[in-house]
Design a protein. Structure first.
Length: 396
């Protein structure tokens, strides 16, 4: 085990179970990064006098040097440790396992379940493991075995969300290989899922409660604009909820095919629900020029996006984007504003929303606030783990 010393001013923070080993907390972290230490190496974190504080692992992410695994000096980081963590996480999701109307959810959510850099998702009998650093990937055998011992499964797949890793066989690990797309249920609505098209799989599971609210409370009889629509999951729920029309806009060519597939699964005719492969920023200009107005506008941009002539950063550009959305929203209409940047707090996001309405010279009221659903367990000492912020905003 490799020993690293913490700066005294940060020791108490780690004793109180803060999970991220951030660079500024480590004495001489520059030497650590330039040393021959391999990712996946277990770390013994001590105070300046060499007294034990925590055990973690070395794994480079944009967030830091690695994650804390235990504050108990006697706890071994072995097969039994990973089995215990995975089994406990499965137990906490039994309510979802027993819900036949929802067959896709998160089973293990990183530091919220005790192992930062790792997530495990369930899709209709199969599991997808996401590794976010070479460091956590070093424990892949222990993690796979923990899943195999904790649950029954049709298949297990992996995705490596770090550089310099080529997935083999679409990331297939165990069970019987799947033919993609597969179909899952979410609150009674069918969605198409694929593990073989890069990092994303067809749906963002953390938005489950938002889609449900749109279907049950906001869509009926409304004209809806879904921007950055991806595979049209929001569009599908809006259409199932009785929307008069749903317009889906996304720059990616694949959005058309995948949205049509989700419509087909739910017997939705695309006749009143146009799907446009178009730059959202251009579409707002077009809609304003044509006088198009929507009752419900869904605004869920990526934290960072780049089109042919524009680069979008949520922290910098969200107010301007929102101001454009406001111009095509009807009086008393609803905007669903979403942000998933972990470095933007809920209060900061509300401020960005306020700036957007100031730019548009309009008044508003927030009628609903959502954050992560229960299966996306957060860490009580790490505010950034509760990264999702969704506001249902009514034009006033």
């Amino acid at each position: 085990m490799y020993e690293i010393k913490l700066h005294d001013k940060h020791v108490e923070k780690f004793k109180e179970k803060y999970p991220l080993i951030f660079k500024e907390s480590v004495v001489g972290y520059q030497l650590l990064e330039s040393s021959d230490i391999e990712e996946g190496q277990l770390l013994r974190l001590t105070d300046s006098k060499g007294k034990f504080v925590a055990t973690g692992y070395y794994g480079l992410q944009n967030k830091g040097l690695g994650w804390i695994l235990s504050n108990n000096e006697r706890e071994k980081i072995d097969d039994a440790f990973f089995l215990k963590k995975v089994y406990q996480s499965v137990e906490k999701r039994l309510g979802l396992y027993n819900n036949p109307k929802t067959t896709a959810f998160r089973v293990f959510n990183g530091e919220g379940d005790g192992i930062g850099g790792l997530t495990i998702d369930f899709f209709a009998g199969s599991y997808l493991i996401n590794y976010y650093s070479k460091g956590i990937y070093a424990f892949k055998n222990q993690i796979e075995n923990a899943i195999k011992k904790s649950v029954e499964f049709d298949a297990i797949y992996e995705k490596c969300r770090f550089e310099d890793h080529q997935e083999v066989n679409d990331g297939f690990i165990a069970g019987k290989p799947l033919t993609f797309p597969i179909t899952v249920m979410e609150n009674g609505v069918k969605l198409s899922i694929f593990f073989n098209e890069g990092g994303m799989v067809g749906v963002f599971l953390d938005q489950r409660e938002i889609r449900k609210a749109i279907r049950n409370q906001y869509a009926k009889g409304k004209t809806v604009l879904n921007t950055f629509s991806y595979t049209g999951a929001f569009s599908t729920f809006a259409a199932v909820g009785g929307a008069k029309s749903v317009t889906s806009v996304d720059l990616a060519n694949r959005s058309l095919e995948h949205t049509l597939k989700n419509f087909e699964l739910n017997h939705i005719s695309p006749e009143n629900h146009p799907i446009l492969v178009e730059d959202v920023f251009h579409y707002f200009k077009f809609a304003q020029k044509k006088g198009l107005i929507y009752d419900l506008v869904i605004l869920d941009p990526p934290s960072y996006a780049k089109s042919k002539d524009f680069t979008f950063s949520a922290e910098k550009d969200y107010p301007t984007l929102l101001a454009d959305a406001i111009k095509v929203t009807s009086p008393k209409g609803i905007i669903v504003a979403s942000n998933n940047s972990s470095n933007i707090t809920l209060e900061k996001f509300k401020q960005l929303v306020g700036k957007g309405f100031n730019l548009a010279n309009k008044r508003f009221k927030i009628i609903e606030v959502h954050q992560l659903p229960k299966d996306f367990r957060t860490h009580f000492k790490y505010e950034e783990s509760n990264y999702l912020k969704v506001l249902f905003i009514q034009m006033d």
